[in-house]
Design a protein around this ligand. Structure first.
Ligand code: ZN
Length: 201
């Protein structure tokens, strides 16, 4: 007979486990980087952001794999350490009201490791996320909705559920949404993983 309490299974644990299941079964993701062998709960609390009701009310449908993640995000949203990298001067108030992300796993994420960073990102419809770049290599994975990507040296590219988009180190890229919001995972690997994206000057 055992005593004591079982480890609690939080909505954030459930989200991590759902993301891991999809990651391990998606060649484009597992080819980008191995799933980290160790992930330590860093005890991050909730940080509010204006777009939270847009997450919980998110109505776009993805694929069966991505819908499982979308549903887990809706539940975990009220525990997430939501973050906004940009200022009103850079992107405007409407953008800040309808965008946000949190780091699920990574150096400063809910689950610590220093090999793979995984963000949950949301942009409302009709937003322009201008040209920016960062040292880390990046792979976007669309969960639902649609993002229209521009990347230096490439043709424009629309991303819908279960599709991925890769950016090399310091490759400039931009993203906009049309009449649909965009909910995604973004993974970072390699040098510069602790940095933040910067708007291109
Ligand atoms: Zn990027």
């Amino acid at each position: 007979m055992t005593t004591g309490t079982a480890p609690s299974h939080t909505p954030m644990d459930a989200l991590l486990s759902t993301v891991k299941d999809v990651y391990l079964n998606t060649p484009a993701l597992i080819d980008f980087a191995p799933w980290p062998a160790r992930l330590e709960n860093s005890g991050l609390g909730h940080r509010r952001m204006p777009a939270e009701p847009l997450i919980t009310g998110f109505a776009e449908t993805g694929t069966p794999e991505t819908d499982a993640i979308v549903n887990a995000i809706k539940v975990a949203s009220s525990d997430a350490y939501w973050t906004q990298t940009y200022t009103v001067e850079e992107v405007g108030q409407d953008f800040l009201n309808r965008y946000g992300y949190f780091e699920l796993l990574g150096p400063t994420g809910h689950f610590y490791n220093d090999e793979l960073r995984g963000y949950v990102g949301y942009w409302g419809e009709g937003l322009d996320y201008g040209w920016h770049n960062h040292e880390a290599e990046e792979l976007y994975y669309c969960l639902a909705g649609e993002g229209l990507f521009k990347a230096e040296g490439e043709a424009d590219h629309s991303l819908t559920a279960s599709q991925t988009k890769y950016h090399s180190s310091f490759q400039k890229h931009a993203m906009s949404t049309s009449d649909k919001p965009f909910l995604c995972l973004a993974f970072w690997r390699g040098k510069g993983m602790r940095e933040l994206p910067r708007m291109a000057s």
